[in-house]
Design a protein around this ligand. Structure first.
Ligand SMILES: Cc1ncc(C[n+]2csc(CCOP(=O)(O)OP(=O)(O)O)c2C)c(N)n1
Ligand SMILES: [Mg+2]
Length: 326
């Protein structure tokens, strides 16, 4: 899949939507109106969008506790998401999921997940379904497991990676190495300090990319997805990145160096990197991107107003949707 102008503009719009969604949530959470715990994705946008640019609604993703960016990149409705995070009745999960359990099966978004390392086994399960339903000829569907540097130390993840290789299923493991697992540095907690090499040791192609470079992430994803769709099996992408906010909203971040975030905002901003690339090759005029910026701000504003005005779930809905009915 080549990136023509339309796809490039769409990728920028999605990254910008994630950024403004998160910047606005940062402000709204401080008002105390949003229930529950929230982990912001700002800073990591190029990873979600670079990966999901190669996926359709028929492909699956499994997300993490830091899942808003994955949802938006996979095409979930922004107003439905905002209402969900505000706990409103007509949110994407009827207000019962909130930030950390948001899902949208119609978009192949199988769910955020509060269990670190809980996603990859689900993604391998979805990949087994993709493999069983593979068309006799042509390309199959794929399943992506997003996870952080912290998740790569979990036993569930080791089992999932091994099983994906043994069964040769179309799973793509995407590790977003943002340098921290809660307050613990990846340099300390990842014993070998090399997530890519560890993944390769399971017997699959694995590559490390600059996660603030949309084009680098996308190129790696093209390789991984071509392999998975053709039936050749799983791959891993480790994307080095950073989060512009704390682990959760309210985290004082005493474990980060003085000026670290300011420095990273100046040097690792995927939106600025994208703008610089398309300006250098002349593919997109800055004015077109400015117009997207303005439209996104209006969209987020409307989503927050709609969420605030939306009704809460009624008490009678408290015990529905607890178990799935077949
Ligand atoms: C099994 C499990 N252990 C611990 C936690 C507590 N916890 C929540 S997020 C987190 C850190 C995850 O770090 P990482 O995978 O790097 O993701 P990031 O927060 O950086 O996106 C931890 C330890 C949890 N939710 N689940
Ligand atoms: Mg991390």
């Amino acid at each position: 899949m080549e990136l023509d102008r339309t796809k490039l503009l769409d990728a920028y719009r999605r990254m910008k939507t994630i950024r403004e969604f998160e910047e606005r949530l940062h402000v709204e959470i401080a008002t105390g109106e949003i229930p529950g715990f929230t982990h912001l994705y700002a800073g990591q946008e190029a990873v979600a969008v670079g990966v999901c640019a190669e996926l359709t609604d028929e492909d699956y993703i499994v997300s993490t506790h830091r899942g808003h960016g994955h949802c938006i990149a996979k095409g979930c409705d922004v107003t439905g998401m905002m209402k969900e995070i505000y706990g409103r009745r007509d949110g994407l999960c009827k207000g019962k999921g909130g930030s950390m359990h948001i899902a949208d099966f119609d978009k192949g978004m199988l769910g955020a997940n509060a269990i670190v390392g809980g996603g990859p086994p689900l993604a391998v399960g979805a990949a087994i379904a993709c493999q069983l339903r593979r068309p006799a000829s042509g390309e199959g569907r794929v399943s992506v497991a997003f996870g952080g540097d912290g998740s790569c130390n979990q036993g569930t993840v080791f089992e999932a990676m091994n099983l994906a290789v043994v069964l040769g299923v179309p799973t793509i493991f995407v590790f977003e190495n943002n340098g921290y697992s809660e307050h613990t540095g990846a340099d300390y907690a990842v014993g070998s300090k090399d997530i890519t090499a560890r993944s390769a040791a399971f017997g699959m192609p694995a590559e490390r990319v600059d996660g603030s470079d949309f084009f680098a992430v996308h190129a790696a994803m093209q390789r991984a997805v071509a392999r998975a769709r053709s039936g050749a099996g799983p791959s891993t992408i480790e994307a080095t990145t950073t989060r512009f906010y704390g682990h959760f909203e309210g985290d004082p971040q005493n474990y980060r160096a003085k000026g670290e975030i300011e420095r990273q905002r100046a040097t690792m901003d995927c939106l600025a990197r994208f703008r610089a690339t398309v300006a250098a090759d002349g593919s997109i005029a800055a004015a077109e991107l400015d117009a997207i910026d303005r439209a996104v701000l209006l969209e987020i504003d409307a989503a927050v107003s709609a969420a605030r005005a939306a009704p809460m779930p009624s008490e009678s809905e408290l015990t529905t949707d607890v178990y799935i009915s077949y």
